[in-house]
Design a protein around this ligand. Structure first.
Ligand SMILES: [Zn+2]
Length: 65
């Protein structure tokens, strides 16, 4: 698996916002996955109740009906 894609986009699991590594201000590793968050409040919401949020963020293009 290549890891040279530094421009990958991640989905903030709390607010659903698409963020890049550069714009991510918070990160949390949960059950072996790393999640990125746009803001501290999003990270805190995730940590308060991780089971509430999807553990496998959808890729940005997976929005077809
Ligand atoms: Zn957010």
């Amino acid at each position: 698996m290549k890891r040279d894609n530094d421009t990958a986009t991640y989905i903030d699991p709390v607010c659903g916002m698409a963020i890049s590594l550069e714009s991510a201000v918070e990160e949390v590793t949960y059950k072996g996955r790393t999640y990125y968050f746009c803001a501290q409040v999003c990270r805190e919401a995730f940590e308060a109740d991780p089971e509430r949020y999807p553990h496998t963020p959808k890729p940005p293009r997976d929005d077809s009906p």
